[in-house]
Structure formats: structure tokens, C-alpha cells
Design a protein around this ligand. Sequence first.
Ligand code: 13P
Ligand code: ZN
Length: 286
Amino acid sequence: MKNILEAPFLKEFTATASNMYRLGWDERNGGNISYLLKEEELKDYLDLNHVVRRIPFAGVHPTSFDASPLEGKIFLVTGTGRYFKNVERDPANNVGIVRIAKGGKEVELLWGYEDGGRFTSEFPAHMMSHMARLSVDPENRVVMHCHPTNLLAMTYVHEADEAKFSHTLWEMSTECIVVFPDGVGVLPWMLCGTDKIGYATAEKMKEFRTVIWLLHGVYGAGKTLDETFGLIETVEKAAQIYNIIGSREIKNTLTEDNFKELIDLFAIEPRYDFFREEKYRKLAKK
Ligand code: 13P
Ligand code: ZN
């Protein structure tokens, strides 16, 4: 067997955690990542028949969540209470590779959490989000949660309406509508780590790859770690520009006609129902 610490998927995962930490998205143990792995990328590094221990979902945060639609799927997941700044230096203790067991009520630990740890308390939200994203995009592999400073600040001062929130973010730089034409979903404050917030997040994830948890942070989903990181990075930068502008008078901004030029150039399908002008709103699908 090859040394798993050298596995490209693990190195990319831990480097991503370090970048998130350095950008201030993951103070202390804030944030968590789950990454759907393929058996073929794992087989040279792990004996997939060897289960280190079984970890039930009930435990630190009791949960009634059922992950049976993901039975047999293997995820690389950050541990609960683990500091993002330590993930790259010490992956064996801070992350784990888990397989969803038959019945969908526990996982089989295949590697990691070596000092007795367990997966993130946000596991229900992650797994339900994976199910939701896979139902609309079979190539989705990543769910990422973090607490980006500017986006979090923006949730205190911007209306919680997702059409208005998305429109404001799109206006904050030319590339925004190209990177997230689907806009952002917005959830009210809810208790984290619960099935309830997991179901609510997953429901939004059927429509949006980015879901904002008011007064808490953001969930992002994507096909790759880079794509998901880049999505949150772009949303967070837009929020930073919004905060820098603050209450100063806007003298120039992107118009919906500008958005339309970008849409045509990049051949993207935006949420036209989030537009204000009738000529664009009537292009909305529903
Ligand atoms: P965990 O340490 O359990 O991953 O929780 C961090 C967090 O961000 C909760 O929302
Ligand atoms: Zn959080």
C-alpha cells in the first residue's frame, strides 16, 4: 500500500483547509469540509475491507438523520472540534475517511480521527446537502462550510431576501454573475449541528450551490475542491466590496443590461426571477 499522507486527494484537501484558515474563514474549529471520494483513487492507499471502528450518528449531537441513500459512499471529512490551522500539519488526527454503513445510521471509519475523534457536528447538513446536490448534479463531490468574515458581516445589515441578496452580490464585481448565476440561497438563523438545519440547507441546495446561514456562515457545493473554494472566495470578495462601500453613495454600478451582456458572452443561465426589470424577469423559467 502507498502512504496515504502522500495521496493527492488528501494533500489537496488539507491544503484547501489551510487556505480557508489563512483567509480567516475558519477561526478555531469553525467550518467543516466533506469530499466524496472514488474507490479507485483510494484503493492503492487503503484496504477498504478494514474498518477501524464504527461511529453512530447519535452521540455528541443526537440525530434522527438517515443517510441510507448514500450507503457505501466514502467521504473525507473534517473532525468535530478540530482547528483548521492544524489540519495540514496533522491530518491523521483532524480528518477521517468514512463510509456510510448499511442502513444509513452509522459510518465505518476507514482511516483518520486517530486520537478517538469523530466527524463534524454538521455531518447531517453535509450528507443531506450531498444527496440534494447529487440529485441535480451527479458530478458534485464537495460540500464546504465556513464563516467568511465579510459575508457574515453582510448578513447583519442586508435584507435576508435571497433575490435582493443575490442581486447585491452580483453588482459587487463583473465576474459575480458568471461565477454564481444561480445566486445564493439564504436561511434564517437556526440552531447549527441539527437535522433541522440539515434538511433546510439541503432543500436550498437543490436550487443553489451557495447557501448562506444568517449570522453564522455559508455552505458551498461543487464538483471539485477548487471549484467550491473559488465559489465561496468569489461570494466573500463581493461581500468585502459591499462592506468597503458601506453607506457611501453609489455613483456607478453594474446594470441588468451589463449582466445580460455577460450572460450572453458566457452562455450562462441566471436566476432571471432575481432581476428587477420586467424584460428580464419574463425570461425566468418558472
Ligand atoms: P465542528 O467543529 O463540529 O465541525 O463545527 C464547526 C462549525 O462551524 C459548526 O457550525
Ligand atoms: Zn459553522
